[in-house]
Design a protein around this ligand. Sequence first.
Ligand SMILES: Nc1ncnc2c1ncn2[C@@H]1O[C@H](COP(=O)(O)OP(=O)(O)OP(=O)(O)O)[C@@H](O)[C@H]1O
Length: 603
Amino acid sequence: MSKREFTVANEYHYNRISPTRWIISHLLRHKYAAFGFMILSLSSNALFSSISVQTGRAFNAVLLGEAGRAQLVTIALTLLVIVILAGTTDLGARLLSEITGKRFARDAREELYISLLGKSQTFHNRQRVGDIMARAANDMSSLSDMVVPGFDITFDSFVSLTSNIIFIGLLSPQLLLTPLFFTIVFLIALRHYSRRLSPVSNQMRAQFGITNAILNEAVNGIEVVKATAQEKQELSKFVKNATLYRDFFIKNGKIQGQYLPTLLLGITLALAFLHGLYLVSSGQLSIGSLVAFMGLMVNLRFPAYMSIWTFSLIQLGVAGAGRILKLMKEETDLDENEQGHQKEMRGEIVFDNVTFSYGTTPILKNVSFHAKPGETIAIVGQTGSGKSTLTKLVNRIYDANEGRVLIDGVDVRDWNLDALRSQISTIEQDIFLFSRSLADNIAYGLGQKANRAGIEQAAKDAQAHDFIMGFKEGYETIVGERGVTLSGGQRQRIAIARALLTDPHILILDDSTSAIDSATEDEIQKAIKRVLLGRTTLLITHRLSQIRWADKVLVVRKGEVIDQGTHDELMERCETYQRIFSHYESAPAATEQAIPMTAAGGE
Ligand SMILES: Nc1ncnc2c1ncn2[C@@H]1O[C@H](COP(=O)(O)OP(=O)(O)OP(=O)(O)O)[C@@H](O)[C@H]1O
């Protein structure tokens, strides 16, 4: 089992060695329903086959004339019982296969969801959302189709094939000649068919994932697409991929079209009839037995016709299972560290010679600093200098490559991940709000534990209460996807309220936004000042007023902390810092302005 950031208690463990084993382990979880289905399917098929045998007996009885009348009544009654029993067992079999299929799909969805929640940020950066969605939606439904009608009809087909052949053998072993010939050629053809179909099914599923990812990206980035008038380019990209998907579909259809068993069955039926007639004319078979034989032979139509469709469903299901499994098996970098350190934080942060890279180029180089509990550390620097990256090492969104990040003297890697993250709040630059009510969004970090009074108090402290009450539905207002119905400043205050409610010991606040009108700016300043109280804060900011609140300022340039100290100390000795401020002091009403980013870098 690979590392995970999230697990649930009493989780059921499936065999993930290969898609087939994974599918089997899922089915075995519902073994009673699955075995129940098999037994009922065996019974109903045996009963259906015996109908042909009884029909043959009825023919013989008819041919006997008056003497056969009593026998005919018995046969009719027997047939009635058989038909009722066959219908009931078939109904039971269908019910149990549906139960197994739907439970399988539900379990697999849950397993994938838990797995995705437990993956690291690095994993999610790598994956395209559209592809994950294709796997979660379409590959999952192909799994469900694989069980019902895929597996259950295939199982039924094979049971039906076997049962009809057994009944033919019981009529007369000589009659086995043609059905056995049919079975052998049928199995060879099926193997050939599934071998040809398998790669096409895999390609089809993979291509669907790509097509979906393109569509997802275009819809998510629709504003950019429209603003840059790139609709044509997006469309042609989509059409190209959708055409490829269609081509795989056609290829799939061609393979299905060349499927031999249906033709083979026609030939076999003719041969069987000839063989049966020969046996009747030579006195080795009764007319009734010939009728029963032909009835049983015609029953072979079911496996021959159905297998073309159900095999394709199984192939698609196995391909889907492979893709889902691949996603779940992808290595992730961090783990939950359940046995790790878990105490209430004091909030001391130490960066001890930390170096970090996303790929090969170091983004942070030998970063060291110390934040005492309750201190506010402002981080300033040019865009792309590594400020956000630095803060992401505190709550282990990423891990340092070299050096250590310590909280209360304990390496973050030795903390229990849940204890670590639940005591640190982050207010990102790009605030994500869920499509739920404002109250739910504020309460998000506390889950079920938040009450309305607490939510409103947090919103008041975050200067969000007034604008929330301005909405008709107040706290119950549903936020659109990605919070599009709220302005940047409003979203930021919701995020501050969220942080106030969770009352973290460490707060990471990325306040890099600058395009906010002065009235909102004032509200936000108040909210931020309130949220900093009593907690250690790493504050990424370009705002002079906030920098002045800070106990210490880190000046970051190209991933290195080139100086650190109080505002006054830096003003005295740091040339880069002085350059930032010289620009400022000359500007009127500078205290509430944002530092221009070119100046912040001091390049
Ligand atoms: N997930 C990622 N994968 C690869 N590279 C990344 C990733 N995130 C950031 N980077 C790179 O790391 C560098 C530092 O980015 P970071 O976001 O930390 O800078 P920043 O100082 O916070 O910038 P800004 O002020 O614009 O937010 C940039 O060159 C960026 O391209």
